[in-house]
Design a protein around this ligand. Structure first.
Ligand SMILES: Nc1ncnc2c1ncn2[C@@H]1O[C@H](COP(=O)(O)OP(=O)(O)OP(=O)(O)O)[C@@H](O)[C@H]1O
Ligand SMILES: [Mg+2]
Length: 558
């Protein structure tokens, strides 16, 4: 019989409940004692696994350092010991700049264990996967969230009993209202719909105003082109920005952070903030962290500037420096990689001479070698991680495995949503009647849009478009109706139920690790379409992130 996790507060049994943000496990004594102890499904499942180890060969290292494992089994490096010393013997804020796999996230877990339960503590992780992997290892009294989840819980508290919904299409829906109310300019606005929305989103992420200067800055930086009358576009941007802030009955991902950063929504404050992957924080996330620290509270931030890969999503390239100076942090290094085998260490040292990258003592040799597609299909196993710079190769290889009866998941539901949006857009634009119609419209769209983007010199957007269209083409293999393509996309992309072989873009695999990693079409990294110095740097960083995910075996599949 399985040992079940108990209420973290009163140790009573837990029951599954349905809350505003989905299922959670709540204390069964809630109605009698009002005990509000609860666990997220992630934490519940992870604890269940820790309490009832299955040893089924799954690669997730959930037995490596569970919260209850005696700490004497860990031998800290001299850098890690120094971090623990500064943390326990001083009250200083700390920033740890360190290479991939050097134990940045691991050290935050170690520090979390050393914080007294009387102190209100939050561990801010970059993605849901990391929350899932690390949360069973940190003390129950330490809150573990992504920055978006933190923003959302602030917003929810702010709203109190007032109803609201999380709507990722909030800006789209509001702009539709604007077009309906202004029929004379609706067509012109519609032609620029996605650009207007993107600009408003970026205005918030950069924490800029809606001035012409900000709009030009964003348009240049993100190669966003508004076609048509400038004042119509600027008015639409201003209206959308202002109305979105007044429409608090719905919230999108950007607003979860932005409303807190602007002070519209007050932030819950903490004695300790442990924050991971800060190199990819945008202006809103930096301010959210600042506002979440109690006066006299303490922050420990970790990151690696060489792993900064989200500039396209408005990440601030100076995020680490800003956090360091704002909180007057003591700067500490970590330069031993505990994750990667020696073959990867040697590869990184020869390909990235600017990065200080040292292997762990008595490191295993590991494998870093090229294999054929056939060998890939033969040796890949459940739980392995398959990475690629782009989506289309992931879809192509995922389908190869599916056709052999192997279960696969592609990480990133929103990637699938974007593909579906593109399908619907093309169906509407060409008024397609059947699959053949759709496929010929798809190639027509690719040619025409491609020519436009090429003429404007938007090579990166062109690459994304081609990637999306190729991916849709892969999904179209062997189907009879366009709706089947959509069904296939919905089935294969996921964020929560990662089963079978896990396919992921490098972006989505940030912070993760796996015994066995396959890199599809490694020549896509660095991308040839990067033109600016910043883009080229980001592409090198993506390559570095991709090659540093494996603990033993890295196979390159050309
Ligand atoms: N002192 C140690 N002894 C044994 N294993 C360690 C030690 N320090 C870290 N590790 C292990 O090294 C691996 C990499 O650690 P972690 O994921 O924390 O690195 P990271 O620096 O956060 O990586 P990334 O840059 O990819 O986010 C993990 O499996 C972790 O458990
Ligand atoms: Mg990490």
């Amino acid at each position: 019989m399985k040992t079940l996790p108990l209420c973290p507060v009163c140790k009573s049994p837990l029951v599954k409940r349905n809350g505003k943000f989905g299922d959670f496990w709540g204390c069964s004594m809630f109605s009698k004692t009002h005990c509000k102890g609860s666990l997220s499904p992630y934490k519940y499942n992870a604890l269940l696994e820790t309490l009832n180890p299955t040893n089924n060969g799954n690669n997730k290292d959930n037995q490596e350092n569970p919260i209850n494992k005696p700490e004497k089994t860990i031998i800290f490096s001299k850098y890690q010991e120094e971090i623990i010393r500064v943390f326990t013997e001083t009250t200083k804020n700390m920033i740890i700049r360190a290479c991939a796999g050097s134990g940045k996230s691991f050290m935050l877990v170690q520090l979390a264990k050393r914080i007294p339960s009387t102190k209100k503590t939050i561990f801010i992780a970059f993605g849901k996967d990391l929350v899932k992997d690390l949360s069973p290892k940190i003390p129950e009294y330490c809150i573990f969230k992504t920055s978006h989840a933190l923003g959302l819980s602030n917003f929810s508290r702010f709203m109190g009993s007032k109803k609201f919904v999380v709507n990722v299409n909030k800006l789209y829906d509001l702009l539709k209202v604007y077009m309906a109310e202004n029929p004379t300019i609706a067509e012109e606005v519609k032609a620029n719909e996605s650009t207007i929305i993107r600009i408003v989103d970026l205005i918030k992420e950069y924490m800029l105003d809606c001035s012409m200067e900000s709009i030009s800055y964003i348009s240049d930086k993100h190669t966003l082109v508004l076609n048509g009358n400038t004042s119509i576009m600027v008015n639409a941007i201003n209206w959308l920005y202002t109305t979105s802030l007044a429409s608090l009955n719905q919230v999108d991902f950007t607003d979860m952070l932005y409303l807190c950063a602007t002070g519209i929504v007050p932030c819950e404050t903490f004695d300790y903030i442990l924050v991971d992957e800060v190199q990819d924080f945008n202006a809103c996330q930096i301010i959210l962290v600042e506002k979440s620290l109690k006066p006299g509270g303490r922050i420990i931030a970790v990151g690696d500037e060489n792993q900064s890969i989200f500039a396209f999503r408005a990440a601030d390239s100076q995020a680490m420096t800003k956090i360091e100076s704002h909180f007057t942090c003591v700067n500490l290094p970590l330069s031993i990689c505990y994750r990667c085998p020696q073959t990867v260490i040697d590869f990184i040292n020869s390909e990235f001479p600017g990065i200080s990258f040292e292997g762990k003592p008595n490191n295993t040799k590991g494998i870093l070698e090229s294999i054929s597609t056939q060998q890939f299909e033969d040796i890949v196993r459940d739980g392995n991680l398959v990475l690629c710079r782009n989506n289309a190769p992931l879809v192509k290889y995922a389908y190869k495995l599916l056709s052999r009866g192997i279960k696969v998941t592609i990480k990133g539901r929103e990637i699938g949503t974007n593909l579906i949006n593109l399908i619907v857009k093309i169906e509407k634009k060409y008024n397609t009647a059947n699959l053949n119609d759709f496929l010929s419209s798809l190639s027509d769209y690719q040619i025409k849009e491609g020519e436009k983007l090429e003429a404007l010199g938007h090579t990166r957007k062109l690459e994304t478009l081609n990637d999306q269209i190729e991916a849709i083409g892969e999904f179209a293999e062997g189907v009879y109706f366009t709706s089947e393509i959509i069904d296939k996309i919905l089935q294969i992309f996921s964020d929560d139920n990662l089963e079978g072989v896990i396919f992921s873009t490098v972006h989505k695999a940030k912070g993760l690790e796996n015994e066995t990693v396959f890199i599809l079409q490694p020549s896509l990294m660095p991308s040839k379409s990067a033109k600016t110095e910043e883009d080229r740097r980001q592409e090198q960083n993506i390559r570095y992130v991709g090659y540093t995910r494996s603990k033993h075996y890295t196979y390159l599949v050309p």
